[in-house]
Every structure is written in structure tokens, then in C-alpha cells.
Design a protein around this ligand. Structure first.
Ligand code: FAD
Ligand code: NAP
Length: 339
């Protein structure tokens, strides 16, 4: 099918914050050939390109000049099963949660804790998505990406991706890598991760003592639906700040002033602080100015009540960042990608 270029498009429906900015042009690429064709056209026309998937980790602060390339490629296939892990490959445009549900329906375990995360498979490696004690790096097998600098395809192993906490090589080389397919090593024998937050408790409440991976997925979906705003009803991009890592000494010093400090020691000796707790202590929970606000149940989530601009959300984030720094001496890093 030939490339459909939509001129002067509102991006309101293409980012979960619901920010109403315009793109000069939009292409929804359904195949790898269309992705390559769109990039070649942009190159020859001198248009900058913004790649988007589900738009759930973006903050758009102004109109987008050039081309928005929405990755809408679909396909899931099993590559190998020879007694060890089952290798499943998905095209970048597959919706993440649908992909997780597909693997569970095949009797495969590994992605259940990552249920109900919005967005696409192709964006998942960008920040090594994680939830409830599991990150994609734990079950990652490989990916294929287009190097937009050289035009060549490259296969990445786990080690190549330099995954960290909400971090990867791809995040450090913005605009260079366009992820086309991602592969996961999943298992027919469940090794469930239940000891994080309220997961085990929720299963117990449901009377489930020997859960399957699908039970864990359902429990996590129910917890998430209770706590997190649905972007279809209230614009947001999930957690707006990463949980900061501080030294053990700094955590001890903070605990003297704040005995209730929520802190998790990490393997490397650092301590992870719950950014949401810091923001709540500082009194921001439920704050609203115009249509930009901090969610009333989860202070880590900034929300758009309707007509906030990306710049207003960004201003609010900067104010929170400065306040947390002055109160606690901790610099919060923003998680969504700003454009
Ligand atoms: P987009 O927002 O479209 O893009 C994000 C970035 O990736 C952009 O820089 C974009 O240019 C780039 N990109 C997109 N596709 C590609 C591609 N194929 N190749 C190269 N670059 C690409 N995140 C978590 O880690 N854990 C959670 O539990 C979680 N929960 C969330 C809950 C809610 C309610 C919301 C709204 C968000 C949540 N997120 C969470 C954040 C977000 O869903 C994830 O980061 C998700 O992976 C983003 O996918 P996307 O397709 O929407 O990416
Ligand atoms: P929560 O369960 O209320 O926990 C608050 C914070 O404490 C979380 O940020 C989590 O860190 C940390 N935490 C809790 N138990 C922990 C443990 N046993 N070991 C280490 N750290 C622990 O968090 P929530 O807001 O409801 O979110 C639940 C999960 O979904 C979290 O993993 C969170 O990261 C993920 N989530 C992510 C986004 C996003 O946009 N990135 C949005 C919604 C939910 P971690 O965040 O490091 O796990």
C-alpha cells in the first residue's frame, strides 16, 4: 500500500496526556517497507522525524514540525522452542498489553508483572519498562533496530542494550535507533515474582494460593486499575519522575528528619527513594492549577484535566522538581520524553 501522508494533524489523540498540538504531517506505518519509505521521503524533503508508538511516555510542549512517524506494524511469532526458553518476537507496533496477554494465552510466563502498561512493544526497550519488580531486561532476548545514521539494520543482544533502571542505550542516543522487532525469552515453567507491593496480598484476598502467571496478570491489572488514572479518562503519562537513587549516607541523614522515609536498598549499595512519597510529603498530592495537576491518589502522576498545554505540565514539573530539591536535597529526573 502506498504511503498515506496526513497534513496538519492534531496529535491530541496520539499522546496519552491528551495535549492538543499539531504536526505538520503524520504517517502511520503499517509495514517495515512503509517505515523505510517515510524516512527516505523525510530525508529527501529535509523534514525532522518524530517516531511515536502509543504516545504514553511523551510530553509534547509545542507543535511538531516535520513528520510524525507512528509505528503501527503488527505481528507476533514464535521463533524457537527446544526444551529451553521459548523465543517470541513481536513487531514494534504491537500494543504492549495485548502482546503480554497473547504470551499468557500461549501458556508462557515472564511478562505477567508488566501487564496493563500502555504503549507499544517497540518503545518498551527505550526505558526498559518495569513494574512490580520485573523489567523487560529480565526476559529480553534481542531486538532488531534500524540505525537512522547509517541506514543499516542491527541486531542487539541483552548486553548491547545497556539496560538500567528506566534506561537503555537507545535513550542515550535519541533519534538514532528505530526499533523494528523485539524478542523475549519466555518460559513454560512459571517463576513468579509475587513479593512486590500488594501482589501476594491481592492474590490471597482472591483465595488464590497457587497462582498461575495469568492469575498474577489479573491481580496486577486490578491493582493498577484502582491506583492509576486511565488516560482515556484523565490525560497522563504514568509516573512523571523516576525514583531517585541516593547514597546510603544521604538516605540515613534524610531518615533522621523524616522517620517515615520510603527507601529501598539496592544491590549496588545505593538506596532508591520513592519519589511519590517525597512529592506527597511536600504537599503536592492533588494540587491543581488550571488544567495541570498532580493526581489525587498517586503523586508521581501529573495529569491534564482537559486543556492543559505541554508547557503548563512542564512548568508544574519544574516547580515540583525545584521544591523537592530544596526540601530534601534530591534531584528528581523526569521520565517522559519531552518534545
Ligand atoms: P511513546 O510515548 O510513543 O514513545 C516514547 C519514546 O520512545 C519516544 O522518545 C519515542 O520517540 C520513542 N519510540 C517509540 N517507538 C519507538 C520505536 N519503535 N523505536 C525507537 N523509538 C521509539 N512505564 C513503565 O516502565 N512501567 C509502568 O508500569 C508504566 N505504567 C504506565 C501507566 C500509565 C497509565 C501510563 C500512561 C504510562 C505508563 N508507563 C509505564 C510509561 C509508558 O507506558 C511506557 O514507557 C511505554 O513503553 C511507552 O510506549 P509508547 O509506545 O507509548 O511510547
Ligand atoms: P507502589 O507499589 O505504591 O510503590 C511505590 C514505589 O516504591 C514504587 O515506585 C516502587 O519502585 C517502590 N517499591 C515498592 N515495593 C518495592 C520493593 N519491594 N522493592 C523495591 N521497590 C519497591 O507503586 P505504584 O505507583 O503503585 O506502581 C506500581 C509499579 O508499577 C511500580 O513498579 C511502578 O514503577 C510501576 N509503574 C510505573 C509507571 C511509569 O510510568 N513508569 C506508572 C505506573 C506504575 P519502582 O517504581 O522502582 O518499582
Amino acid at each position: 500500500m502506498s504511503l498515506q501522508i496526513q497534513p496538519a494533524v492534531s496529535l491530541k489523540g496520539l499522546n496519552t496526556f491528551g495535549i492538543d498540538v499539531r504536526a505538520d504531517r503524520l504517517v502511520e506505518a503499517q509495514s517495515q517497507a512503509q517505515i523505510l519509505e517515510a524516512l527516505a521521503l523525510a530525508e529527501s524533503s529535509g523534514w525532522p522525524v518524530l517516531v511515536v508508538g502509543g504516545g504514553s511516555n511523551l510530553l509534547l510542549t509545542g507543535d511538531v514540525h516535520g513528520l510524525v512517524l507512528r509505528i503501527a506494524t503488527r505481528g507476533i511469532r514464535q521463533l524457537a522452542e527446544d526444551g529451553g526458553p521459548v523465543i517470541i518476537e513481536a513487531e514494534a507496533g504491537e500494543p504492549w498489553h495485548g502482546f503480554v496477554q497473547h504470551t499468557l494465552a500461549q501458556g508462557l510466563s515472564g511478562l505477567e508483572n508488566l501487564s496493563l502498561i500502555p504503549g507499544t512493544v517497540g518503545a518498551a526497550p527505550m526505558q526498559n519498562i518495569g513494574a512490580y519488580g520485573v523489567e523487560i531486561k529480565d526476559v529480553f532476548h534481542g531486538l532488531t533496530a534500524l540505525d537512522r545514521h547509517s541506514g543499516e539494520l542491527r541486531d542487539f543482544t541483552l548486553a548491547d542494550c545497556a539496560f538500567g533502571y528506566r534506561d537503555s542505550l537507545f535513550k542515550h542516543e535519541p533519534g538514532r535507533w528505530l526499533i523494528l522487532q523485539v524478542r523475549f525469552a519466555l518460559s513454560r515453567q512459571s517463576q513468579l515474582h509475587l513479593d512486590y507491593g500488594p501482589v501476594r496480598q491481592r492474590l490471597t484476598e482472591q483465595g488464590i494460593s497457587a497462582p498461575t502467571a495469568s492469575d498474577v496478570s489479573a491481580a496486577i491489572c486490578s491493582i493498577r486499575r484502582e491506583k492509576l488514572p486511565d488516560p482515556a479518562e484523565l490525560g497522563n503519562a504514568g509516573s512523571f519522575f523516576k525514583n531517585p537513587l541516593v547514597s546510603a549516607n544521604q538516605a540515613d541523614a534524610l531518615r533522621l528528619d523524616y522517620p517515615g522515609l520510603v527507601a529501598y536498598p539496592q544491590a549496588g549499595g545505593e538506596v532508591k527513594l520513592a519519589a511519590g512519597w517525597l512529592i506527597e510529603q511536600a504537599g503536592w498530592k492533588g494540587f491543581r492549577e488550571g488544567d495541570a495537576g498532580v493526581h489525587r491518589l498517586q503523586s508521581l502522576v501529573l495529569v491534564n484535566y482537559g486543556n492543559a498545554t505541554g508547557a503548563q505540565i512542564h512548568q508544574l514539573a519544574l516547580r515540583i522538581q525545584a521544591d523537592i530539591h530544596s526540601r530534601f536535597g534530591v534531584l528528581l529526573e523526569m521520565e517522559p520524553n519531552l518534545y
